[in-house]
Design a protein around this ligand. Structure first.
Ligand SMILES: [Zn+2]
Ligand SMILES: [Zn+2]
Length: 235
């Protein structure tokens, strides 16, 4: 068994910052990290499994959103940025491609690292995603311990399988508006024109949750934008 390391999960962030300050400026601290068993802690392992197993149902909800979403308020292409959706369901499609593409890549990665047979080509995207989730769940303990990126600190760019699964889950949960403590803003995004502006409790910025846009606005910027729309409407 490898020697336990502090879990790379986000919950050890305070310990990592304190360690950095100690290394740079000699500032002591008394924060104890949560150790992995031996890489990820038991809580991160359980959460990752739950988030992974929730993905097929969330992907179905994202797909339903595409079928039932309404077109944006504007038509025409003049003045639109390249991030503007070309049809109403496009944000759902982009998110689905992101998550399903990520699942299949992670599955292929595990298969190649563990010298397993190639993935079977499934008929539909839904069955492919579900089969991939099942495969990754079977190999999850390995992926959170032995995968070359298993020790990487969790962030959005990390190849750590636990971080990847977490951010797919976050994106799908937010997209389907199942996250609590989130406020939806009534004005469309000034960049992509979708009703996709949200702010989570405690966040400084209002963010566009169309992942192809991901604009961040301060509350003052949103206020100016909303006032401009209201003025245009009044005129
Ligand atoms: Zn952890
Ligand atoms: Zn946007």
């Amino acid at each position: 068994m490898p020697i336990p390391i502090p879990c790379p999960g986000a919950h050890n962030g305070a310990w990592r910052r304190a360690e950095q300050l100690r290394a740079e400026d000699g500032i002591p601290h008394d924060i104890t990290p949560v150790f992995g068993q031996p890489v990820h802690c038991t809580r991160c392992c359980a959460r990752t499994r739950a988030e992974l197993l929730a993905l097929p149902e969330l992907l179905a909800a994202v797909w339903l959103e595409a079928l039932h979403s309404s077109p944006g308020p504007k038509t025409g292409t003049i003045g639109r940025s390249p991030t503007s959706p070309r049809w109403p369901g496009e944000p759902s499609r982009i998110l689905t491609d992101h998550i399903v593409g990520g699942l299949l890549t992670l599955e292929d990665d595990i298969r190649s690292l563990r010298h397993l047979n190639d993935r079977r080509t499934e008929v539909t995207e839904g069955t492919a995603a579900t089969a991939s989730v099942r495969f990754i769940a079977t190999h999850l303990e390995w992926a959170l311990t032995e995968h070359p990126a298993a020790g990487e600190v969790h962030d959005r760019l990390s190849a750590n399988p636990a971080a990847q699964i977490h951010f797919w889950h976050v994106a799908a949960t937010r997209f389907t508006r199942r996250d609590a403590g989130t406020e939806r803003y009534s004005a469309p995004c000034p960049r992509c024109d979708l009703l996709s502006l949200f702010r989570t409790d405690g966040d400084e910025y209002i963010e566009c949750r169309n992942i192809a846009c991901a604009l961040l606005l301060t509350r003052a910027e949103y206020g100016t934008h909303a006032a401009g729309l209201a003025a245009a409407y009044a005129a």
